[in-house]
Design a protein around this ligand. Sequence first.
Ligand code: TAP
Length: 482
Amino acid sequence: MAKFEYAPAPESRAVVDVAPSYGLFINGEFTESQGGSAFKTVNPATEEVLSEVADASAADVDRAVAAARRAYNGAWGRMSGADRGKYLFRIARILQERAREFAVLETLDNGKPIKESRDVDVPLAAAHFFYHAGWADKLEYAGLGTNPRAHGVVGQVIPWNFPLLMLAWKIAPALATGNTVVLKPAETTPLTALLFADVVQQADLPPGVVNIVTGAGATGQAIVDHPDIDKLAFTGSTGVGKMIARSIAGTRKKATLELGGKAANIIFEDAAIDQAVEGIVNGIFFNQGHVCCAGSRLLVQENIAADVERRLKRRLETLRVGDPLDKNTDVGAINSKAQLSRITELTDAGEAEGAERWDNGCELPAKGFWFRPTVFTGVSQTHRIAQEEIFGPVLSVLTFRTPQEAVAKANNTPYGLSAGVWTEKGSRILWMADQLRAGVVWANTFNKFDPTSPFGGYKESGYGREGGRHGLSAYVTTESNG
Ligand code: TAP
């Protein structure tokens, strides 16, 4: 086993063991993939191979769905909500107990700074299980409709930007409502999902309730196409989301799609500027900008634009880019070579289309996938960098004069996931929240998440909500929604 050490101080050392290879987690145990094929998962900060992971074929997905069906028809389907809740509480507590292990593994496989996996990803994942544990025996009173019942077997496909957290967003509500699960993590970040399988065993969950099938897009497609899946939950790109919607059209499958975004972070002249600059930096550079709700467009009122740009650049010069396992790192590695190429292609297009490019000039490690925090000014609405999701540490700055113009520009994208408003005027916050076509609107803050709040988009950002009472409704049928 390869050993990876975290934290330079000996007293705060935590070590995580990464096995040289992993199988699929089906029916409560690890098993080989039927075709025997595997793929490598790489540490994006060093390009070192971390492990070889089984590549699930359609036949493996079929085995996983059959196991989930047996579990649903068996003990799990008959279990009381109170007993299901106990399993969820147990999982939440184990996640807390093993938090450091999860944080280090997430950082190794994803490239995100350890302070983010430690303080955001893992605690929020545990919080999601605690929150849904509380719902498991109260579904009758959740206002979801008459006689809420599980769908049955749920297929779940998640992306690489918050691997453990997206897994928690998917699995916790599915189990709380009595469904069983077949989940596919992203190809570049399978390791925390496989460690979660270990937690499932530790919590003594009945076999087949949670199945983890690793693989690439073809494995996801096999889940989507499987005839015995009752409901699909997908988080990922709008392109793949559209393909999934087409694949299941006319079938009995229900679906929730959480897709891309191009959020506007809007600063008015009366805002507390330093606080707003902090929010903007967090909004786009948190998790290297690999965030669906990232504030990737800054809309700043024209008369304060020069001041904001100056303060923003000064702040960006203080960001530490580098070793994700260093507790002082602010911006880690780009998750994959493919993602780095996409960011490079779009930023080159930004320059070619005439926007002015600036980066913080920091040194980058020799190995691994890296991109400097970058800001484009003089961006117009038609530029690709103002329209397309870059999913990297790149901010496009546009200006506006009136609130009406800010709303028009903010809404002028195919997406509608999130937005931020910075102003001292309460009435303006309420007016903007009403006008913005975004599922989440933050005021004088950004990137705040809580399991009690529903999260999801308008337009091409998808449909359905995750979190809160609204998120539960996607996992049940009632006498009114069939
Ligand atoms: P995708 O390429 O769409 O991949 C998402 C997942 O779908 C991965 O597990 C992927 O497998 C799988 N997949 C690929 N092709 C598939 C197919 N034909 N059928 C079924 N599954 C398939 O997105 P990504 O690049 O991993 O993630 C980034 C995107 O996710 C961004 O657009 C981001 O905005 C969005 N996102 C949205 C949210 C919310 S809540 N709205 C949250 C996080 C991320 P592979 O990994 O093997 O390709």
